[in-house]
Design a protein around this ligand. Sequence first.
Ligand SMILES: Cc1cc2nc3c(=O)[nH]c(=O)nc-3n(C[C@H](O)[C@H](O)[C@H](O)COP(=O)(O)OP(=O)(O)OC[C@H]3O[C@@H](n4cnc5c(N)ncnc54)[C@H](O)[C@@H]3O)c2cc1C
Length: 413
Amino acid sequence: MFSLPQQALAIKSDVEDFFNKQILPNNHLWHEQSQQGQAIPAIENTIRTKAKELGLWNMALPQLSDSEPGLRLSNLEFTGVAEVLGRLGWASRVFNCHAPDVPNMELLQLFGSDSQKSRWLEPLLDAQFGSAFAMTEPDVASSDPANLETSIIRDGDQWVINGTKWFATNASNENCRLIIVVGVTDPEAAKSRRQSMILVPTDTPGIKVKRNLPVFDHTSANGLHPELEFTDVRVPVTNLLGQQGAGFAMGQARLGPARLHHCMRAIGECEVLISLMVKRSTERTTFGKRIDEYSSTQAAISLSRIELDQCRLLVQQTAHQLDTVGNKIARKQISMIKVAVARSYQSIADRTIQLYGARGVTNDTPAASAFSRARAFRIYDGPDEVHLQTIARLEQQEQSGSLLDHYLLNQEV
Ligand SMILES: Cc1cc2nc3c(=O)[nH]c(=O)nc-3n(C[C@H](O)[C@H](O)[C@H](O)COP(=O)(O)OP(=O)(O)OC[C@H]3O[C@@H](n4cnc5c(N)ncnc54)[C@H](O)[C@@H]3O)c2cc1C
């Protein structure tokens, strides 16, 4: 276990206290309001105001400037806090620590001009509105960004955007004012220099929400993943984020911390699932035995604990790497946690569903929604296979020049 400074432990304890007193007791109400169609349930806004007043705010952004509000936790310091937030799907938003706004704020911090920061970053830091990130396209394999087809063409002092995006999480939410669109500005350039990022206000003419996509047959007011059509969408040239042709590199910079945060939150959610497994297995009896007396139940619980504690250590190590050597050097580690956590998350959710029997597939427990989030997590932010490819490639590079031939007998060295 990595040790944390006293100050970070105190913040985690404050967040935990707030979570237990303000958030968890309102979970039923939050779900009621959400089912009534409130994209951001009123209770969430009320609790967010309290969290902000207490200064429990913007904890996932280590690089805040002096004038920006927030707690400036390092990635490692944020791991413990994020686990608490992960215990409920909506808790991160209470503290302005949620995706896609956090990674979008990071992009603006790193690459935004002063005027872009004052128009978009400052209100996002204040949670005045939400944002979205539109890279994936239905017609091309988007895990390889070189395939993207959406065109961004300069016409005088404007960019003109044409193309279709989908799974742009939050873009069709009523609170969303900004979409960061990734598209091709330089079709003749090298593959990694073709794309750029453009800041597009959601009220720009030419943007059409074609549909909100169900995930595992499910759509909810607060988890919208729309398909969007951009037809001759015009924005000023000053809406280019960072340098023209740098979209690919900027995307990589955005995804490192974003993947880490998803993993941290998933660990918190898995802790809840393990607790629920233990609870349920002591409450029911079949064939004369309590369910926790069966070795299959014990294995389900034990394997979950082993996998989760392994994941936590790997995530802490990755957070430490991100803090000390940066996103680029930590990329193998980031791919490792992305695969390991998503798979364990899915297995733990699956075991929880099984132990809850029919109730496990309903919305009465968090297991079914955890399972669908975990399954989707094996695809978004890069499918498993792409991360395994990255890990293997980097492992091969690191292994070259070793003295391994000395271990191999019956051959000359
Ligand atoms: C819930 C959810 C939220 C999302 N949110 C966003 C968002 O906010 N913004 C956004 O832009 N996108 C978002 N996405 C999209 C997501 O990032 C993409 O789905 C992902 O990058 C994969 O792209 P694709 O769907 O085009 O799959 P493809 O690229 O077509 O890949 C499909 C499959 O092909 C196989 N494959 C691909 N490459 C390899 C390889 N190198 N080796 C072996 N097999 C391979 C894998 O099995 C992979 O799963 C979201 C997706 C989901 C499910």
